[in-house]
Ligand binder design. Structure first.
Ligand SMILES: Nc1ncnc2c1ncn2[C@@H]1O[C@H](COP(=O)(O)OP(=O)(O)OP(=O)(O)O)[C@@H](O)[C@H]1O
Ligand SMILES: [Mg+2]
Length: 334
């Protein structure tokens, strides 16, 4: 136990200079709710990597552990320009680790905190890259489940036409799929609920369309500085994802084309079947709404949206009343 603790929760400087598996730790890059990420040296290939050490209790959770080994294997098999390449995933001294490409730059969370909302063309460029990564993952049968700004790494691009190059990371590494009560069984917070799809909350099966929802929340934030739903507490936020209509984005940031409203309304539909069927088609719809191009596919999208609106209205009639405060949804996926 002492060894586990020293690997994960020791002071950052304690691990610097030490060897973990076949990596020598050089510097702490950052830490999230369930992992610490270091810049490290791969001693076998003599190259710099990002080494992610996951919190020890995750290694003791069989559901997480099985998904970790399955999904890191699938993620490692996807060769895509916008997915962080995974070099190795394993376990040492009771701690799960992932070695991956070190991405020099920032992540979208830091970028938004520093710069505020991005200009529409920049947001659309970044969105298109992330969308292509998500769609590629879905084609491999992999659902990300935790699309959020912190999992989108932004590096310098190749030239002025491509000022940034983004990478999606952390496939299947979310504790949200283990518990959405806000806390895991060992009392650790699961992280932000700003981007979680209604079907994840209610414990229904998830597929790529849950990432369409999370991704739409992220794009909303890159354009306005905040996700579509903002509530005072987690229960109200979970409720809003499931039942509240998202506010029109053009009202959140004056100057945005009003055509974007319908596109977000569709991507954020409560029922997965009512959303765009891929992340790239969501971005294509954003592009045409932004440029005022209302060609045949945009017309078809409007018809589909109108149909979806009717279904939402029908569902609204049978909508249950909000649960009392104590009735917290507990979600456990197999
Ligand atoms: N491959 C990488 N190269 C460079 N930096 C990385 C890499 N992967 C993650 N990071 C950075 O490491 C930090 C911690 O990442 P981590 O995934 O642990 O936390 P998070 O995604 O911000 O939060 P959460 O715990 O909720 O997932 C982030 O600032 C991220 O930008
Ligand atoms: Mg992360």
């Amino acid at each position: 136990m002492a060894r586990e603790t020293s690997l994960f929760s020791g002071r950052p400087s304690e691990l610097v200079g030490r060897q973990v598996a076949s990596y020598r730790i050089e510097q702490e890059i950052g830490r999230g709710g369930m992992a610490v990420v270091y810049r490290a040296r791969d001693l076998r290939l003599d190259r710099t990597v990002a080494l992610k050490l996951l919190a020890p209790e995750l290694a003791r959770n069989d559901t997480f552990r099985n998904r970790f080994s399955h999904e890191s294997r699938v993620a490692a098999a996807i060769d895509h320009p916008h997915i962080v390449p995974v070099f190795e995933a394993g376990e040492t001294d009771g701690v799960l680790y992932i070695a991956m490409r070190y991405v020099a730059g920032s992540d979208l969370r830091h970028l938004l905190d520093r710069q505020g909302p991005l200009a529409l063309p920049t947001a659309l460029r970044i969105a298109a890259q992330v969308a292509s990564a998500l769609d590629a993952a879905h084609e491999h049968g992999l659902v990300h489940r935790d699309v959020k700004p912190g999992n989108i790494l932004v590096a310098r691009g190749t030239d002025s036409d491509h000022p940034e190059h983004t990478y999606l990371t952390d496939f299947g590494l979310t504790k949200k799929s283990l518990s959405l009560t806000g806390f895991t069984t060992v009392g650790q917070f699961v992280g932000t609920l700003d981007y979680v799809a209604p079907e994840q909350i209610s414990g229904r099966p998830v597929d790529g369309r849950c990432d369409v929802y999370g991704f739409a929340c992220v794009v909303h934030e890159t354009l306005t500085g905040h996700p579509p739903f903002r509530r005072d507490d987690d229960m109200a936020l979970l409720w809003a994802h499931q039942y509240d209509e998202p506010p029109a984005i053009s009202r959140s940031r004056p100057g945005l084309p009003t055509g974007l409203d319908d596109v977000f309304a569709r991507a954020l539909a409560k029922t997965p079947a009512d959303r765009h069927d891929s992340c790239l088609s969501f971005v294509a719809a954003l592009r045409s709404a932004a440029t005022g191009d209302h060609g045949p596919s945009a017309a078809a999208a409007r018809v589909a949206y109108a149909e979806a609106a009717v279904r939402v209205a029908q569902a609204e009639e049978t909508r249950p009343k909000p649960p009392p405060h104590w009735a917290r949804p507990v979600v456990r996926e197999r």
